[in-house]
Ligand binder design. Structure first.
Ligand code: SF4
Length: 757
């Protein structure tokens, strides 16, 4: 039986020609274990393409996909010829019109690329990626014709053609397979000299049975890559390098940006020239037939293929990795490496990557370089202050981290006040809560998790606001928050957790466990490495955070990096719009995928803002209603920690990206206002701003302008949008309502707006 798909496919590699005009020595199609290419038609037939297009439309419609990415591949796709490629593009475009945006790409060795092909690609907006391993020496090491001739000059000619004004918009980037025998700096310089919009560095395919070549007199793969990283970094990172960007992103708590590193789910399927559906091509190195699913486009939908156990295995996140990887400190950045590189004949893919030592050294090398980056950015007028940097949305995480730490201190103070008030009334915190808090004091990381939980603040604020009532009667929520922090923060031994009368046990940021009802108020929980064991009276349950829900276990969802989708916490209703009820399994999956895509959009459009966002974001909570309604624009909502953002569970990644930035700005401003006075709150000023007819109070203008400053890139007319924001800031400045820090903050926001407004 086929399991339902966890994640729909979004990337479709369509093999249009199964032969190649080069004979690269490392090629996974022709030079490795799987020889299925020799049994397939050379060119994909029209009948197959029509069927593929219909299946694509069906898949996009079923999953409401806003776009699908089709990569024309081979062999060498250009060998299919312009006429066949034209028909393929036209059939795909026609099938998807009105259903989803079609993002067409072609990966070519470039040797055949001519104006004839490029005119065709311009007509269908097909972006072109070219394989090139660096300078002539590097490229000729492997990328030669079958008779030994060099392909280098032909590829340079192709890139030159692609860089002409007429075609430049089609230039997608360069793909470089690493050979440590090549000089990393010479390779980088050769590639960077071609001004690619993006570079992908690929480790040569290898398994534990066929390990990579490691010459003793050459650098390791990690040393080679770090050599490139340093060159790229010193040059000011002139173009995205997917491998490095992914490590940087995951080190900062963001998602992986490549299938070859990180624990993001694979969403790629390959369609061979005969219409058979296969898993990633790289699996061809494992054994003959490794990528096969047994499905084809004539008899099976993409959903069927997405439920194939081999596909599902690559969508399990950390839980799907080997025990060694699950316990690895860099697992979130490395993700066990490329799936194919884990293969060993005796136990399949249940291994770390054959590049494990290199991947670990690469991640630690990049993260130590990030940690050493200066924390004070130099602005045109000298070093920027923390307030300037917060206001302008620089990629410096330090002010945000400092603000989050200050907010945790305030929360700590609130807990102290709660304890003191209880004592004033002749009560004291229950012994279990007190003991748990004093144990947490010995584990600063765990205490940070407790104080940083965004909804603990809401609970504490409500309790303090209820002063005089019986609000201090129950400390059960605090015990639950503390128990969760203890379990996540690595406290040894069991911790007490409140149990409800119906037997449910809620661990904030982790999930809800259904135990057999018992007449006792406390369960106990202990982390045992892979999971958490919960005991209540005679019942015992073992749950693994991040795994799928079942009859006993309702987990808080895992999203990108360390961020959770929290639609369970009873204290999450802290926004201008009400929190939504729990999302269904499919709804949560869809939301998670849209968040991933929103994250990628942010990475492309506003990487410096994403760096700030990932510094502090821990929690996303789905909200009811529609985004950007009047209430959203006016107020951030109730008290919560700055790590939480409320979002509409839409399928539109651009809308989600905008809402993420909007929510993050409001939460940041809330935290800043808690620390310092930005304007005279007693002054009864109201302002008319260009984007709404209702007059706004000072704090509302500031909040909306700050949120707008971050979302300008997503506006329909960014210049006008920024101009309107600047006019509102001018009104604040002219009204003489700002404090000195407030003036600095407003000047910082203005400095972060595009200059051409
Ligand atoms: S570094 Fe090694 S052990 Fe760690 S996640 Fe990567 S492959 Fe697994």
């Amino acid at each position: 039986m086929v399991a339902p798909p966890l994640v729909p496919f979004r990337q479709f590699v369509l093999k249009v020609h199964s032969r190649c005009d080069l004979a690269c020595r490392y090629c996974y199609v022709y030079e490795h274990a799987d020889q299925s290419w020799s049994r397939r038609p050379k060119v994909v037939s029209e009948e197959t393409v029509v069927r593929v297009a219909a299946r694509l439309a069906e898949h996009a419609r079923t999953h409401a996909l806003p776009s699908v990415h089709v990569i024309l591949h081979g062999g060498e796709p250009l060998l299919a010829g312009p006429a066949a490629l034209r028909r393929i593009c036209a059939v795909l475009r026609d099938a998807l019109t009105g259903i989803a945006e079609l993002d067409l790409r072609v990966h070519t060795n470039g040797v055949q690329l001519s104006e004839r092909y490029l005119d065709l690609f311009a007509e269908f907006d097909v972006k072109v990626g070219i394989s090139l391993d660096g300078d002539r020496i590097a490229n000729d090491r492997h990328r030669r014709y079958a008779d030994g001739r060099s392909s280098h000059q032909h590829v340079l000619n192709a890139v030159e053609l692609l860089r002409r004004d007429r075609y430049r918009h089609l230039y997608a980037g360069l793909l470089c397979t690493i050979d440590v025998a090549n000089d990393p700096v010479a390779v980088y310089d050769a590639l960077a000299g071609l001004a690619p919009p993006r570079v992908d560095f690929l480790l040569p395919h290898a398994t534990w049975d066929e390990p990579p070549v490691r010459p003793e007199d050459r650098p390791t793969y990690a040393q080679w890559l770090l050599g490139v990283f340093d060159r790229w970094d010193a040059a000011g990172r002139p173009m995205p390098v997917r491998l490095f960007d992914s490590v940087i992103s995951t080190c900062r708590g963001g998602p992986s940006l490549t299938e070859s590193m990180g624990v993001g789910p694979s969403d790629l399927v390959v369609i061979e020239t005969d219409g058979t559906l296969e898993q990633a091509d790289s699996l061809k190195i494992a054994y003959d037939g490794a990528p096969e699913t047994g499905y084809d486009v004539f008899a099976h939908s993409f959903d069927t293929a997405a439920g194939h156990p081999g596909v599902v295995a690559r969508q399990q996140g950390v839980a799907g990795l080997s025990a060694t990887c699950r316990a690895c400190p860099v697992v979130r950045s490395c993700g066990g490496g490329l799936y194919a590189h884990r293969y060993r004949a005796e136990n399949g893919f249940d291994n770390p990557s054959v590049y494990c030592t290199d991947l670990k050294a690469l991640v630690t090398g990049v993260s130590s370089r990030l940690a050493a980056e200066p924390t004070v950015a130099a602005g045109p007028g000298g070093p920027l202050t923390a307030v300037d940097r917060l206001a302008a949305g620089s990629d410096d995480r330090e002010p945000l981290l400092t603000l989050a730490a200050a907010q945790r201190l305030v929360t700590r103070g609130w807990l102290t006040v709660i304890e003191e008030r209880a004592a004033d009334r002749g009560a004291e915190l229950p012994a279990v809560t007190r003991q748990l808090l004093s144990r947490l004091d010995e584990y600063p990381d765990a205490m940070e998790l407790l104080l940083g939980h965004p909804y603990l603040r809401g609970w504490a604020a409500d309790l303090l606001a209820a002063d005089g009532s019986d609000g201090l009667a129950s400390m059960a929520p605090l015990t639950a928050f503390a128990a969760s922090a203890a379990l996540r923060g690595g406290l040894p031994g069991a911790v007490p957790v409140p149990a409800r009368a119906d037997g449910t046990v809620f661990l904030p940021a982790l999930g809800l466990i259904r135990m057999a009802p018992a007449d006792v108020p406390m369960a106990e929980a202990v982390a045992d490495g892979d999971g958490i064991v919960v005991r209540l009276a005679g019942d015992e349950a073992r749950v693994v955070p991040g795994t799928a829900p079942d009859a006993r276990w309702q987990p808080v969802g895992r999203l990108t990096g360390a961020v959770v989708l929290d639609d369970l916490d009873p204290y999450r209703d802290r926004y201008a719009r009400p929190a939504r009820e729990r999302l269904s399994g499919a709804g949560a999956d869809h939301f998670g995928e849209t968040v991933e895509r929103a994250w990628r959009l942010l990475h492309e459009a506003v990487p410096q803002r994403l760096a700030g966002l990932t510094a502090v974001l821990t929690t996303l909570t789905p909200l009811a209603g529609t985004p950007h309604d009047a209430a959203d624009l006016r107020l951030a909502g109730g008290i919560r920690g700055m790590g939480a953002v409320g979002l509409t569970p839409t399928g539109d990644p651009a809308a989600l990206a905008r809402e993420l930035l909007h929510g993050h700005q409001l939460a940041t401003l809330d935290a800043l206002v808690e620390q310092t006075e930005l304007y005279d709150e007693a002054a009864p000023w109201s302002f008319t701003v260009p984007w709404t007819e209702s007059p706004l109070l000072t704090g509302e203008v500031l909040a909306q302008a700050y949120a707008r400053s971050a979302t300008t890139a997503f506006a329909a007319d960014p210049g006008r949008y920024a101009h309107e924001t600047a006019r509102a800031l001018d009104a604040l400045t002219e009204a003489d309502v700002l404090t000195g820090v407030g003036e600095e903050f407003v000047a910082g926001i203005r400095a972060g707006l595009p200059a051409d407004r």
